[in-house]
Design a protein. Structure first.
Length: 276
């Protein structure tokens, strides 16, 4: 449930900021490329749905100094990290243009028509009812205002080489493999993603596939697993078991060709406008 996601991300906010936000940052930046031509003039008020540690919201403030951005997240710790990062990066004047609220994406605490643009980066795959979130996005936008999001695209490809090495090491040491993510939350295709936005009442909808890529080092991948992606599994290991897993992973990953130390996953961008 959404509440469970909030509690989980409270626990892993620091790991997300350190290990995952840099991975998804380039794809989030490309979403702003697509939304830029649709940005209203003046000092528009933007809503970042599922702001996390502020990756997308703070990029928007850096790119468009005149905007105001409100970021909502179900996790109070994630929102706190976003505020801290804004304190670090911005002058007081620009920092004053960013605020956060702890809220669920399908229950936004804002009046109808309160925002001039809404956006979201790698959040809609997490919510149990995407249609409810899209309906809320439509409600809080003024007539004709743009909305865009990026999320993972469903795929059945083979695991990337680092993930395969991780599974092999766990198997060799007799540990349970990671629990897979629930099926069916990622859009099946750009066409399906566009259809969902149209059903929510948006107009002029476009959707297209892309790829999110990231290069690892052996150490950065192991840190990512331990600090974010598989933090629960690592927490359940004894200190000795953790050292063994890390040592074997670093050796095995270090033997991979540099070209194999990468994440490469399909994503989808979806952009439309609230009805006028």
């Amino acid at each position: 449930m959404i509440e469970d996601q909030g509690a989980r991300y409270d626990r892993i906010a620091e790991g997300y900021a350190r290990h995952w936000a840099p991975v998804i940052g380039p794809a989030a930046s490309r979403l702003l490329d697509h939304l830029g031509p649709l940005l209203p003039p003046g000092s528009p008020h933007l809503l970042d749905i599922g702001t996390g540690t502020g990756t997308l919201a703070l990029m928007a403030l850096e790119r468009w100094p005149a905007v105001r951005v409100t970021g909502i997240d179900a996790s109070s710790e994630m929102a706190s990290w976003a505020r801290t990062e804004a304190d670090r990066r911005f002058s007081p004047a620009r920092r004053g243009r960013f605020s956060t609220a702890v809220a669920f994406a399908d229950r936004l605490p804002f009046d109808a028509g309160a925002f001039d643009l809404a956006m979201s980066s790698f959040v809609l795959q997490l919510v149990p009812d995407r249609s409810a979130v899209l309906a809320e996005a439509r409600r809080i936008l003024r007539p004709g205002a743009p909305f865009g999001y990026v999320t993972w695209l469903r795929h059945r490809g083979e695991p990337d080489p680092p993930d395969r090495v991780f599974d092999e090491v766990l198997d060799e040491l007799g540990f349970d493999p990671p629990v897979p993510d629930p099926p069916g939350r990622d859009p099946a295709s750009p066409r399906a993603a566009a259809a969902g936005l149209r059903r929510a009442g948006f107009r002029g909808v476009r959707a297209w596939a892309d790829v999110a890529e990231h290069r690892w080092t052996a150490r950065s991948y192991v840190d990512f697993l331990e600090g974010f992606a598989e933090e629960t599994l690592f927490d359940e290991l004894t200190e000795r078991e953790r050292r063994v897993v890390r040592r074997r992973l670093l050796a095995r990953l270090g033997a991979l060709p540099a070209a194999d130390l990468r994440l490469r996953l399909p994503i989808v961008y979806v952009v439309g406008r609230a009805p006028g």
